[in-house]
Design a protein around this ligand. Structure first.
Ligand code: GLA
Length: 384
């Protein structure tokens, strides 16, 4: 099978649509979070990696008076007379444009009409940050086109602002930052308070791989559960009179919180610790410990943060039962309420475990889940 990269597709589809090549093409990856879930928006520690699936944006000046934003994957486009609008698009088939318009708005807007075309290999709804990939690809293209600032923290902040103001998702900075700054063969330990990061080695591929199992349940961060979790953390910080990042288990026990908010807060405190424990395990190649941390993290997301779903709990239970057979550990990855489970599996048992997980899932839920191995890959790139 011959496959073209998202960047090549964006370039050729742009040229076909407008009759001239784009001025610039940029691409950016989706992400998988190894651990550090639901802590980015309280300035916590996270450990995601950029994956080998990318979104791409081709961009150029308009040669008529119209701004045209195209999404051929969705078979739709937005046409606007004059420069790009500074307000979110509300018509449902054209909402994709908000990922681009939001970044433009955050970057100060455009005085002149533009043309942009976006295409992506990052599946949407699978918890792989397909939106962040598009926003970061567009922000990178825009910075290249205008000669603007393109360091990963700036790009990530523009993308996050676009999510908050134009897309309507109150997300943290993790997805965008790892999409902007990711590296081959490495995860990033990101301190979301200082917005600084450092690389951490992924398990070497001759020892272990990350297998993703898609629950088939589409996660939508706009649906309210995510904002509700974020609000619970904010209530906990108000009761603590300080950041959850600095809180201890004793602080949480002593704070005036209801039982639900106390569970949410204790997840955050423990999860920040698990990130540094995972970093230490990966740095010495201790995959046993890494796997156990994944499972502990999942139990906390399931029982304390309550963002898992039965399909993902089941995948993790299968993996736990198969620890003697090469499943090192597993957990929900991403915001939850759907999306994917990641399973850390020894390389030599990959296919046996993949088959066993798919068969077991299918016997319970009567459908075969999609699976893929994901590899840590470079972050945003301007394509030559
Ligand atoms: C989503 C958000 C991120 C982060 C995760 C949970 O992916 O976009 O900012 O909060 O959920 O860790």
């Amino acid at each position: 099978m011959i496959t073209t990269s998202a960047a090549d597709r964006a370039r050729s589809l742009f040229t076909r649509r407008f009759g001239v090549p784009p001025a610039i093409v940029a691409s950016a990856p989706g992400r998988v979070n190894l651990i550090g879930e639901h802590v980015d928006y309280t300035g916590g520690l996270v450990l995601p990696f950029a994956i080998d699936a990318r979104a791409a944006v081709a961009l150029g000046p308009s040669e008529d008076d119209r701004t045209t934003l195209c999404a051929p994957d969705l078979d739709t486009e937005m046409i606007h007379l004059g420069p790009p609008p500074r307000r979110p698009e509300t018509e449902s088939t054209r909402r994709f444009a908000n990922h681009l318009l939001g970044v433009l708005h955050a970057a100060g807007g455009s005085e002149t009409p533009i043309r942009a075309l976006v295409t992506s290999d990052v599946p949407s709804g699978g918890g792989l940050s397909s939106s962040a990939a598009i926003e970061v690809a567009f922000a990178t293209a825009w910075a290249g086109f205008t000669g603007g600032v393109s360091d990963p923290a700036t790009i990530a902040r523009l993308a996050m602002q676009a999510e908050h103001e134009f897309v309507g998702t109150p997300c943290g900075i993790m997805d965008m930052l790892v999409s902007a700054a990711g590296r081959a063969e490495e995860a990033l330990r990101i301190d979301c308070r200082s917005v600084t990061w450092r690389p951490v080695p992924m398990p070497s591929e001759d020892r272990a791989l990350v297998l993703l199992v898609d629950s088939g349940i589409t996660h939508r961060l706009r649906d309210g559960g995510y904002a509700e979790r974020r609000a619970a953390c904010e209530r906990a910080e108000a009761a603590l009179g300080g950041s959850l990042r600095d809180a201890t288990n004793d602080d949480i026990a002593a704070a005036a919180l209801d039982a639900t908010d106390r569970r949410r807060a204790s997840h955050v405190v423990e999860e920040n610790r698990r990130v540094d424990a995972m970093v230490a395990a990966l740095e010495i190649g201790d995959l046993e410990t890494a796997g156990r941390l994944l499972i502990d993290g999942h139990h906390s997301l399931r029982d304390r943060f309550e963002v898992s779903i039965p399909e993902i709990d089941h995948i993790v239970e299968i993996a736990e039962r198969r620890r003697e057979s090469g499943c090192l550990g597993a957990r929900l990855t991403g915001g939850g309420f759907g999306g994917s489970a990641l399973v850390l599996v020894t390389t030599e048992t990959l296919e046996a475990n993949r088959n066993a997980i798919v068969a077991d899932f299918a016997s319970r839920f009567e459908r075969r889940p999609a699976t893929r191995v994901v590899r840590a890959s470079p972050g945003a790139l301007l394509e030559s």
